[in-house]
Design a protein around this ligand. Structure first.
Ligand SMILES: C[S@@+](CC[C@H](N)C(=O)[O-])C[C@H]1O[C@@H](n2cnc3c(N)ncnc32)[C@H](O)[C@@H]1O
Length: 455
C-alpha cells in the first residue's frame, strides 16, 4: 500500500498555508471546517481569503514566504502556484521533518489530502495516492449516493448506546452479534428518518432480547419510468427492502434495482385486467410488516399524486405500523421535462393543474368552466378514451379549439412518444393513431413548445 491513512485531530493542529489564491482557499476552508488553527503566508490573495482574515478565522501575514515560517507547524500546505516558492516551502519542511502537502507536486509532498465523504462523525477518505484525482472524485460520488445524509446521526446514536450494551452483554462475540442484529433491524431506518422514539423503542427491545420488531413500510415513488429519475433515498430504500409490492406503472428498469433476493409481489390495478383490490394490498402490507420485514410499496410517479398513497398510510397508521413516504417524480413533471414542455411560462401559463378523471363510479365531477380558462396548463392523468371525452367537455365549456395539446405516452422511457395536436384535433388523432402505454396529456399554450414531434 502506497499511503498510510490516518485521522488527525485537527482541532489540536497548527497548520501553515503558503498561498492565498483559489486553490489555497479551498484547502483553508477544509482545514477550518475540521477545526484546525490556520496561519496564511502570502503577499496578496483573493477576496475570500481576506474575508476569513477580517473575521479572525485565520491569521494572514501579508508578505513573502521565509524559511523559518514553517517552524512550529504540525503541517504545511504549499499552494502558491509558483513552482520555486512551493519547492522552497517543501525543502524547509523536509529539513525540519514537518509534514508537507504541496498541492501541485506529489513528489514534493509527504502527505496528500484524500477525497472525503463527510457524514460527521463518519468520514470516508478516498486516496489514489495522487495518481488520479478524477477517479477519486468518481468513487466519492458513488459512495455519496450510498450513504444516507443521516449516517452521522446513526453513528452518534450507536455511540451513545455503547456503554449500556457493554454493561449488558459481557461476551465480545455476542456483543458483535447484537450490533449486527441492530444494523439489520429497522433501527437505522428509524434514525435516518429522524424517528428517534421508534428507534429507541426498537433498540431497547432488541437489547432486552425481544424478537423482531414490526417492520417498516416505505411508500416509494418510482417516478414515471426512467430509473435515473429515482431519488437517492428511493434507491437506497429499494436496495434494502425484503419485500417489494409494485404496480403496473413501475418500469422494469426501476424494479431491477431492487435487491436480488427481495420478494417481488405484483399488485397492479388496471381497468382492463383483473385487479388487486386496494384492501388486498393493504392486507399484504400489514402482513409483511407484522412479520418484521422491510417492505417497499413501490408506486409509479409520486405516491401522493393520484396514487392512493393516502389510503395506504391510513391503514398503516390505524394499526400502528411504522411507515415513511419517499416522493417520486410525478408523470406530469417527467413527461413535460422529457418532451421539453415547460409547464409554466411567464407569457403563456401562470398556473398549472394536475387533473384526473377516474372517480369511483366512473364519472367525472371536474369544474369545467375553471378548466376551460386560458393562460393555464392542464396536465391530464387519464387513459386516451377518457381524454377525448374530457376535451369535448372543455370545448363545450368555451375553451379555445386551437389551444395546443401534447399527448406523451410512455413518458421518460426509451420509447416515449410525443404527439402534438390541438384541443379540437385530439379526437381524430386518437382515432387514427395507435398509442400505447400510459399517456399524460398536456393542454395549454406551452404544449406548442419543446422538442420536435416524435412519431
Ligand atoms: C393512477 S395515475 C398514477 C400517477 C402517479 N402516481 C404519478 O405521480 O405519476 C396513472 C396515470 O399516470 C400517468 N402516467 C404514469 N406514468 C406515465 C408515463 N410513463 N408516461 C405517461 N403517463 C404516465 C398516466 O396518465 C396514467 O394514466
Amino acid at each position: 500500500m502506497a499511503g498510510l491513512p490516518l485521522t488527525l485531530r485537527a482541532e489540536e493542529l497548527f497548520i501553515l498555508v503558503v498561498g492565498a489564491g483559489a486553490v489555497a482557499f479551498r484547502k483553508i476552508e477544509r482545514l477550518l471546517r475540521a477545526g484546525a488553527t490556520v496561519r496564511v503566508i502570502a503577499p496578496d490573495g483573493i477576496e475570500a481569503v481576506s474575508a476569513l482574515a477580517s473575521d479572525d478565522r485565520i491569521d494572514w501575514r501579508r508578505r513573502a514566504f521565509r524559511t523559518d515560517d514553517v517552524d512550529g507547524s504540525d503541517l504545511v500546505v504549499a499552494a502558491t502556484g509558483v513552482a520555486d516558492v512551493d519547492r522552497a516551502v517543501a525543502s524547509a519542511c523536509r529539513a525540519r521533518k514537518i509534514l508537507i502537502n504541496c498541492v501541485d507536486s506529489l513528489e514534493l509532498s509527504t502527505v496528500t489530502f484524500p477525497s472525503i465523504v463527510d457524514r460527521d462523525p463518519v468520514t470516508v477518505a478516498i486516496s489514489t495516492d495522487g495518481t488520479s484525482p478524477t477517479l477519486a472524485r468518481y468513487i466519492r460520488t458513488r459512495i455519496e449516493t450510498m450513504l444516507p445524509n443521516a449516517t452521522g446521526a446513526l453513528a452518534r446514536f450507536f455511540g451513545g448506546k455503547r456503554p449500556r450494551v457493554k454493561a449488558t452483554i459481557d461476551d465480545v462475540a455476542a456483543r458483535q452479534q447484537f450490533w449486527d442484529d441492530v444494523l439489520a433491524s429497522s433501527v437505522p431506518d428509524d434514525v435516518y428518518r429522524g424517528d428517534l422514539a421508534r428507534a429507541e423503542a426498537g433498540f431497547d427491545r432488541l437489547l432486552a432480547g425481544g424478537g423482531v420488531q414490526t417492520g417498516l413500510v416505505s411508500l416509494v415513488g418510482a417516478g414515471p419510468g426512467d430509473p435515473d429519475l429515482l431519488t437517492l433515498r428511493a434507491l437506497r430504500t429499494l436496495q434494502r427492502a425484503e419485500v417489494v409490492l409494485y404496480d403496473n406503472l413501475v418500469s422494469a428498469g426501476v424494479l431491477d434495482l431492487a435487491r436480488r433476493d427481495a420478494e417481488r409481489i405484483y399488485v397492479g390495478k388496471r381497468r382492463d385486467f383483473p385487479s388487486t383490490r386496494q384492501e388486498s394490498i393493504n392486507d399484504l402490507l400489514v402482513e409483511h410488516a407484522h412479520a418484521g420485514r422491510r417492505v417497499v410499496r413501490l408506486k409509479g410517479g409520486d405516491p401522493f399524486i393520484f396514487g392512493r398513497g393516502g389510503e395506504e398510510i391510513e391503514t398503516l397508521n390505524s394499526l400502528g405500523i411504522g411507515f415513511e413516504v419517499i416522493p417520486g417524480i410525478t408523470a406530469a413533471l417527467g413527461c413535460a421535462a422529457y418532451a421539453g414542455i415547460p409547464l409554466t411560462h411567464r407569457d403563456m401559463a401562470q398556473s398549472v393543474r394536475f387533473v384526473t378523471g377516474h372517480l369511483s363510479d366512473d364519472r367525472t365531477n371536474l369544474d369545467w368552466p375553471e378548466l376551460a380558462k386560458p393562460d393555464q396548463t392542464l396536465v391530464i392523468y387519464m387513459g386516451l378514451a377518457s381524454i377525448v371525452r374530457l376535451c369535448a367537455e372543455l370545448l363545450a365549456h368555451g375553451a379555445d379549439p386551437e389551444i395546443p395539446l401534447a399527448i406523451v405516452s410512455r413518458g421518460t422511457l426509451a420509447d416515449q412518444v410525443v404527439i402534438r395536436t390541438t384541443l379540437e384535433g385530439v379526437a381524430q388523432v386518437v382515432a387514427e393513431r395507435e398509442i400505447k402505454g400510459p399517456t399524460t396529456t398536456i393542454v395549454g399554450r406551452v404544449a406548442s413548445l419543446g422538442i420536435a414531434n416524435t412519431a
